[in-house]
Ligand binder design. Sequence first.
Ligand SMILES: [Zn+2]
Length: 242
Amino acid sequence: MKRRKEPPAPARVLSVHAHPDDQEFTVAGTLAKWARAGSHIVTACITSGEAGSNASTPADMTRERLVKIREEEQRAACRVLGIADVLFLGYEDGVLQPTLALRRDLARVIRRERPDAVVCGDPTVRFYGTRYMNHPDHRVAADVTLDAIFPSAETRFIFPELLAEGLEPHHVREVWLFGSEQADTFVDVAGVLDRKIRALREHRSQMGEWDPAPMIRGWARQQGARRRLRAAEAFRRLVLEE
Ligand SMILES: [Zn+2]
């Protein structure tokens, strides 16, 4: 097993997710590590997770209340990780579509934040093993994020309305896809795993009485085993030519 060197922390990072808590389940260790190394990180959450999940949502909860609760939980989780800012794009949870409006909104965020690296999901994953289907919102979020990175954010005359807003084109150099079945880059997160778990626990409305620690530690161990690390998060990493 070859142990390739871990890439350095990018200076500016945009982390894009469909729902509050997606980031904490997946890439929070890497982001905590990068934040500690001085990266400026912004999170974009496309929906506010108001569909919740059946198991964790009390019958008397309303969607409006859940939006507020989940946005606050996401902000708290980001504070734990050292993330500078969280943006909520306000799309409806559970029915996300790959629209041009979403692509434009993500291109706007990219042009405004000017990240060196974007962290997002892998839109090509339809199933995880034989027991999970990837959530359609996750696939759409990942797919449209990639379309926003290339070509929309970097091409002057795509979405000219963004130019009119004063937003110049921006080339994203690195894309880090999580949840990929073609992972090639492993980040050692042994030193930040407790922080990842603490951030995940901020999503109280989703965790209930459930302790996520054993599962998160188990995943990190499994990924780490592929590179002889105690704990890792795995990515497929693209480095895009200018
Ligand atoms: Zn999700």
